[in-house]
Design a protein around this ligand. Structure first.
Ligand code: ADP
Ligand code: MG
Length: 214
């Protein structure tokens, strides 16, 4: 899938955050968007994930050269993981199963997919644990598993290791590397860690003055 962002603008309370921002995401691999706090990275991801509307400009997703309709089918091919994942007040397993359940999948399929996603992020031994009792690093991995299980074609990760300790940061970076190897999703993530951007990114982008520079 290709994402073509053209001439996006977004203003909050008369402050222009995105200002004629354009970029084409047309390669497989991991894009890393950097830039100072408050420059608009999260806003950009929310708009690209179609969770928020821009003031002007366009977001277009393409399959080969066909532009995709802006509907629930397209939205289900995109997933955004926030820096601090909120968890449902239940087990780790049920947290990850939720998105598949509402899509109406059979429980044996759900079980297989959820267990695979939890193994993938190293939470296999914690399936029955209450999600609220996980550490912050484990919670972040749970958030990633919950996104991965939906098999998104574009996975947006907003500061996936913000306020996460070094050990979990390494685990999350290796999860990002493994996802790339599997090649199922294009990953578009933000970070303010330049070294992380070099370690995990195939393409480094910087947001400045409301635009993306490469
Ligand atoms: N819903 C909102 N209402 C008002 N201001 C917002 C809203 N969302 C973001 N902002 C403001 O827009 C600016 C950019 O925020 P954000 O996209 O979160 O930046 P970044 O992720 O790069 O730190 C910030 O000044 C933030 O306070
Ligand atoms: Mg942000």
């Amino acid at each position: 899938m290709k994402l073509d962002v053209s001439h996006l603008t977004k203003t909050y309370d008369k402050k222009t955050i995105l200002n004629d921002c354009s970029y084409v995401f047309d390669k497989t691999g991991t894009y890393v968007l950097m830039g100072p706090n408050g420059c608009g990275k999260s806003t950009f991801l929310r708009i690209c994930a179609m969770l928020e509307r821009q003031d002007s400009g366009d977001i277009a997703y393409f399959d080969n050269s066909t532009v995709l309709a802006n509907d629930i089918t397209l939205k289900r091919r995109l997933t955004l993981v926030l820096p601090r994942t909120g968890v449902f007040n239940t087990t780790v397993f049920k947290n990850v199963a939720y998105g598949l359940k509402i899509r109406g999948l059979h429980h044996t399929v759900i079980e297989r997919k959820v267990n695979a996603a939890l193994d993938f992020v190293g939470l296999g031994p914690k399936t029955g644990q209450h999600a609220r009792t996980l550490s912050s690093g484990e919670t972040q991995r749970l958030g990633i598993a919950r996104a991965l299980v939906l098999e998104p074609e574009v996975l947006f990760l907003d500061e996936p290791t913000a306020s996460i300790d070094e050990e979990n940061t390494q685990i999350i970076e290796s999860i990002i590397g493994a996802m790339k190897k599997e090649g199922r999703s294009t990953i578009i993530m933000t970070t303010h860690d330049r070294e992380q951007a070099t370690r995990v990114g195939d393409f480094q982008l910087v947001m400045r003055n409301g635009r993306i520079e490469t």
